[in-house]
Design a protein around this ligand. Sequence first.
Ligand code: HEM
Length: 188
Amino acid sequence: MHGVIISNLKKYVEEKLGEEAWDTLRDKAGLPGKAFIPISMYPDSDLEDLLAAAVEVTGQGRDEILKDFGAWVIPPLMKMYRSFIPDDWDAVTFLKNIDDRIHERVVRMKDANAKPPHINVSEISPGLLEVEYQSHRDMSYLALGCVYGVAEYYGQKAALMEEKRVVGTHRTFIMRISAAEQTQRDAV
Ligand code: HEM
């Protein structure tokens, strides 16, 4: 797992739970004092153990934490990898290009043998996306949170219309991306 994700998890935990919380989580995860830097790779089990510790400390579910973290992490990732993102992209274009133009480049740049998730995004009709997640890591709710984060980053709103649990860790989300005020109108 790329260090940029775990180092941002540290910032997220400190912002949500306070400075000392990260030490508590690392201790509970059996990783006392371990440093996570954005330019290194770490075993997937480090993230999994930190998540399990976060579940224990907060009482929140793993999926709930992943979703919230996914939305939170998009602005810092956008800032770090701004040069990868053409100025004329909108939320839908960004999401449709996430695998080929972002994940593959960011992850393989660091480790040619890395296994980034497969997130296949297709536009079924204008603004209606099918977001297909496949990865051995079973972090589909991180993907869901990231979609919310991307929509918000571009001043739009995402709404989950349907969730299909395909098989194993493979999930499909049907999501609508719309102008922020349009979603508010629809909700009335
Ligand atoms: C600027 C935007 C983004 C950057 C730079 C970025 C980068 C990364 C990196 C470096 C990883 C670690 C992967 C590995 O080590 O194999 C990762 C994981 C992940 N990303 Fe992104 N990402 C971005 C946006 C998104 C978006 C929009 C989605 C969903 C639509 C998404 C979904 C995920 C998921 C689910 C994982 C967890 C790994 C897994 O399940 O296998 N990311 N991302």
